[in-house]
Design a protein around this ligand. Structure first.
Ligand code: PMP
Length: 358
């Protein structure tokens, strides 16, 4: 039985990349040593790191005045790193409350002693559409606006550029990084945990504009942008294997034709599922169509027991990890870059069949 993995993260990686890892595991690039055992100071790894940075720069068209850094600590680490490194002037950040991960980011900043203002929230409508900035609001009293570009749990995403007035934009792109095209120059800082579209858990990418990086007192070294720029992400031992794997995924994405091509495929996959859900009499996705995510699609029958029945039947058919996040329940299909079109089709076929026989 063929297995399809719809997990929200860590998530499916391209088959080609898994095979390549398997093949190269005993001897990376003919070195006679495994990627799991080489020094991060070796020329071999320095090349792997440089290649990954260059491929990411090419794919996202990242201008020279932006640094590409690799951290540990996940998206959660960046919830702390972003205010510590960037909120140095007013010690105050603005937030659009689009769901769970936006709230978590705000809570972490507050915990560290920063002021945080929620400018808009859609909590009262269960985050079924996105909050937007009040029009023409001057945000010059804030160091930046924090935005969750894709809400992994709620299934919404900002597809259009957001341009706050007189402040920087900090974007958590953890769940749609490399899945749709954005213009990097719209952002002061982009960060993303790797474990959805880029690689295995353990590495977090930070893309930050040069003029925002400066020496800040009392930032833990492990979260210090200035230090990581100076040391080219090699201040301490980096996550060697996740960076290597991310490098393979980036080459795979280049072969596919880059992010624009990937976005078209992601639109096709998600549309197949949304089209099914919108005509179904059993299943519903509650998100406002223009705000729907390309990568995370929650849906429900409206009955918890029946939802569990669907999840169990799907598992028996090899369709794995369709359980929604514990905070919202229901089902969720994550259709990240590595999920082939066939994976969306198989899921739709299964749901159609379930509905017919229900
Ligand atoms: N932001 C978003 C949008 C996420 O989806 C997640 C994790 N699912 C996080 C942040 C937290 O990331 P991590 O678990 O890597 O700390």
């Amino acid at each position: 039985m063929k297995i399809y993995n719809y997990a929200a993260g860590p998530a499916k990686l391209p088959d080609q990349v898994i095979s390549q890892i398997q093949e190269e595991l005993p001897s990376v690039q003919g070195s006679g040593m495994s990627i799991l055992e080489i020094s991060h100071r070796s020329a071999l790894f320095e090349n792997i790191l440089a290649d990954a940075q260059q491929d990411l720069r090419d794919l996202m068209k990242i201008p020279d005045n932006y640094h590409i850094l690799f951290f540990q600590g996940g998206g959660t680490g960046q919830f702390a790193a972003a205010p510590l490194n960037l909120a140095t002037n007013h010690r105050k950040i603005a937030l659009l409350d689009s769901g769970h991960w936006a709230v978590r980011a705000g809570d972490e900043a507050t915990r560290l002693g920063f002021d945080m203002d929620t400018l808009a929230s859609t909590k009262n409508i269960q985050y079924q559409s996105l909050p937007h900035l009040p029009e023409n609001q001057n945000l010059d009293q804030y160091d930046y606006l924090h935005l969750t570009m894709n809400n992994t749990i709620e299934g919404t995403a900002y597809h259009q550029p957001v341009r706050p007035i007189n402040t920087e934009l900090v974007a958590d792109m953890s769940s749609n990084f490399l899945a749709e095209t954005y213009n990097v120059t719209d952002f002061g800082l982009i960060f993303a945990g790797a474990q959805k579209n880029l690689g295995p858990a353990g590495v977090t990418v930070v893309i930050v504009r040069d003029d925002l990086v400066h020496k800040v007192e009392n930032v833990p070294s492990i979260l210090d942008y200035d230090l990581f720029v100076k040391k080219n992400s090699l201040y301490n031992t980096p996550p060697v294997f996740p960076i290597y794997t991310a490098g393979l995924v980036l080459k795979w994405l280049k072969e596919i034709g880059g992010i624009d091509e990937m976005q078209k495929i992601n639109e096709q996959k998600s549309q197949m599922l949304y089209d099914f859900l919108d005509q179904s009499k059993l299943f519903t996705n509650h998100i406002t169509p223009s705000d729907r995510s390309l990568t995370n699609i929650p849906f429900t029958t409206g009955d918890e027991q029946l939802d569990n029945q669907v999840i169990n039947a799907a598992t028996e058919h090899g369709l794995m990890s369709l359980k929604g996040h514990r905070s919202v329940g229901g089902l969720r299909a994550s259709l990240y870059n590595a999920m082939p079109i066939e994976g969306a089709q198989v899921l739709v076929d299964f749901l159609e069949d379930f509905e017919k026989h229900y």
